[in-house]
Design a protein around this ligand. Structure first.
Ligand code: IMP
Length: 180
């Protein structure tokens, strides 16, 4: 592992408290219904696991994976689906769960792509939101924390496949973020 320096911005305890709050909100909004939760691999897997174990409504789960081709750490280029869902979503309540919204390109693409399959409803839940970095118009329906610019790792988020396993979230303190 490289010697990249990083600084904690959200502790595990703060994250767990916020996830509980989000789960309560989602449970209230979907009371009496069943959700199909679609996680965006790989970054969302830890957040999604915590979230679905905290909601009080029944959930089915599925995953998508996308590759984005753009400039370095940004995914401001072309988005390509590399793993499709295996669940029929027609007429069902769908919640996309993502680790972080940055330019908004990935989620805008995913929302448009899923809408073509005629879900009953479709919302997006993002653990983190870098609002100031948007390149396309996109708003998540549920957001854990809004952060400023800076590359963050931990709680599922990686820097060149490192740090996903960390229970806290850190901001990388140097410029060594050439790849996601
Ligand atoms: P967007 O399409 O620009 O919104 O990018 C979303 C994707 O970029 C996320 O799913 C992450 O994979 C990646 N990403 C953006 N910012 C960060 C970050 O700070 N840390 C780790 N991954 C990031």
């Amino acid at each position: 592992m490289s010697e990249t320096s990083k600084e904690i911005i959200f502790s595990s305890a703060i994250i767990q408290k916020r996830v509980q709050e989000m789960a309560m909100q989602i449970s209230a909004d979907y009371k009496g219904r069943e959700l199909v939760v679609i996680g965006v691999l790989k970054g969302a897997f830890i957040f999604m696991a915590d979230l679905i174990r905290s909601v009080s409504i029944p959930c089915k789960v599925d995953f998508v994976r996308v590759a984005s081709y753009g400039a370095g750490a940004d995914s401001s280029g072309k988005v390509v689906l590399t793993k499709d869902i295996e669940t029929s979503i027609c007429g069902r309540d769908i919640l996309i769960v993502e680790d972080i919204v940055d330019t908004g390109v990935t989620l805008q693409y995913l929302v448009n792509w899923l809408k073509e399959r005629s879900p009953g409803s479709l919302k997006v839940c993002a653990f983190l939101d870098k609002r100031k970095r948007r390149k396309v118009s996109f708003e998540a329906d549920y957001v854990g924390f809004t952060i400023d610019d800076g590359f963050v790792v931990g709680y599922g988020l990686d820097f060149s496949e490192e740090y996903r396993f960390l229970p806290d979230v850190y901001v990388i303190k140097n410029d060594k973020k050439d790849s996601k």
